[in-house]
Design a protein around this ligand. Structure first.
Ligand SMILES: Cc1cc2nc3c(=O)[nH]c(=O)nc-3n(C[C@H](O)[C@H](O)[C@H](O)COP(=O)(O)OP(=O)(O)OC[C@H]3O[C@@H](n4cnc5c(N)ncnc54)[C@H](O)[C@@H]3O)c2cc1C
Length: 442
């Protein structure tokens, strides 16, 4: 692969705003040799480093991050820690149960990591809602909940009255409640894991963009200050991956616009209609999502065409109109949460979501030497899956991956998305036609 241009802006979200000043690790400034070089310091890269070093404490592992840990989607998201795999329909009871159990184990892994290392991290696991905005879809969801329960999946349907006692949402006809979902502060989580990784011997380089990748039995990564010779590499770069020359026709980087409110006491949120649930998303294709931290800050994103943008050339830094997307998000938030009409919006930001055409992500290994590992394309559903990815990739690396082979993401081939200008035109046409459509699957 030739040299590429790094198109990565800095994370300026509310998740970084409320943190103490951060001291990045030194950048790479020499040539090093390692067993595994991980590119990207988000959930995928960090979870892979953690699982690899636990399994292979003697191996030399380096993590190279272009800016700082949690710079990408992992530090800019809506915080909802969800079950399921985006894009997969649940029409077979055994498969639905299997997928739910696997993603639930991914959330368990996050919880276990927080408790094992006593990480000072905002995390809650009191459930999330999928809200239905139409009576017919709510009735179908009620039937689906019965069906899922009979398959052993603990999802419950809340009718509009029950829902109103948990969360007052304008226009809601009912909701599915997943008691095992939750919310995570990704910036706090990844920063807290940094000393854990260092103590395990993982070398972290920040402010170290990988500028080129040369594959081989030993791969060569170049960065501005030095290079890395690695027996294996991991692409933990999700929406940024096409810039490295990989998955160029499989990923669509969409810029999701997000806002966050000033913090209010949880008792005040309860008065405004939000009681005892971590977050919710709606049932529309341009999904709206929201979650509430234990410190009383509400994060809200999506909800319209204007709040998801594709930039010509697949750019991963947003340079489109500054206000339209945020205004659309805020309008949607006020419509869904009329109780919060006077709550002040304190932050606004965007982040790149790596969408695949099927919306199913992929995890596996590729390359002539079978030493280029990847996990990406989470399509906005990656907090759980990118954290699970570390375990999956470590199992593939160790040749012990039989347990993952039946899952839809295992070595999933990404469907072809045409290049620009067809891609840009196709996206405009698709969003114009489907901007208010219901979503296909959970
Ligand atoms: C606005 C928004 C809201 C979202 N909301 C939710 C949600 O509520 N629930 C949910 O489950 N998912 C959500 N997601 C998706 C989820 O955040 C992602 O799927 C997940 O964080 C992906 O993690 P990752 O580590 O693969 O990628 P990222 O977190 O993007 O990490 C990639 C890292 O690689 C670095 N990098 C890129 N190129 C290079 C290079 N050349 N050299 C070195 N480093 C490089 C980047 O700086 C970045 O830090 C949301 C995403 C966004 C953007």
């Amino acid at each position: 692969m030739g040299a590429f241009k790094v198109d990565i802006d800095e994370n300026r979200s509310a998740w970084t705003d409320d943190k103490p000043p951060y001291r990045p690790a030194p950048a790479l400034a020499s040539t090093i040799e390692v067993d595994v070089a991980i590119i990207g310091g988000g959930f995928t890269g960090v979870s892979t480093a953690l699982h690899l070093t636990r399994r292979f404490p003697e191996r030399r592992i380096a993590l190279l991050e272009a800016k700082q840990l949690a710079n990408g989607a992992s530090g800019r998201n809506g915080g909802m820690v969800l079950n399921w795999i985006n894009g997969v329909e649940h029409d077979d009871p055994a498969r639905a149960r299997r997928i739910y159990d696997v993603t639930r184990s991914g959330i368990d892994l996050i919880e276990e990591t927080i408790s094992r290392h006593r990480l000072p991290v905002g995390f809650r696991r009191d459930g999330c809602l999928e809200v239905f905005t139409d009576a017919a879809r709510a009735a179908a969801a009620a039937r689906q909940a019965e069906w899922l329960q009979s398959a052993g999946v603990p999802i419950r349907f809340l009718d509009s009255a029950e829902l109103a006692s948990t969360l007052k949402i304008g226009g809601a006809a009912g909701a599915l409640f997943d008691p095992h979902a939750g919310q995570l502060d990704g910036v706090a989580y990844l920063r807290a894991l940094k000393p854990v990784l260092s103590n395990h011997g993982v070398t972290i380089f920040e402010d170290t963009p990988v500028l080129s990748v040369r594959e081989g039995a030993t791969c060569l990564l170049t960065t501005p200050g030095g290079s890395v010779r690695a027996k294996a590499i991991v692409l933990g770069t999700n929406a940024y991956t096409p810039a490295l020359g990989y998955f160029t026709s499989g990923l669509l980087p969409l810029h999701s616009h997000v806002i966050s409110t000033e913090p209010l006491p949880l008792a005040r949120w309860a008065e405004l209609g939000w009681r005892g649930v971590a977050g919710f998303s709606d049932d529309l294709d341009r999904i709206a999502y929201a979650s509430l931290t234990r410190t009383g800050r509400l994060t809200f994103g999506g909800g319209s065409n204007a709040s998801y943008g594709y930039q010509y050339g697949g750019r991963t830094t947003w340079s489109g109109p500054a206000d339209t997307g945020f205004a659309a998000v805020e309008a949607r938030m006020r419509r869904y949460l009329p109780g919060a009409a006077d709550v002040r919006v304190a932050s606004r930001w965007t982040g790149p979501v790596a969408v695949t055409l099927s919306r199913v992500c992929t995890m596996g290994v590729r390359g002539e030497h079978k030493n280029v590992y990847f996990a990406l394309g989470y399509s906005g559903h990656g907090i759980t899956l990118a954290n699970l990815a570390g375990r999956v990739l470590t199992d593939i690396y160790s040749g012990d991956d039989a347990q993952w082979k039946d899952l839809p993401f295992y070595q999933q081939r990404l469907l072809w998305i045409p290049p620009d200008p067809l891609r840009w035109m196709g996206y405009q046409a698709y969003t114009a036609m489907t901007g208010r459509s219901p979503r296909r699957s959970l």
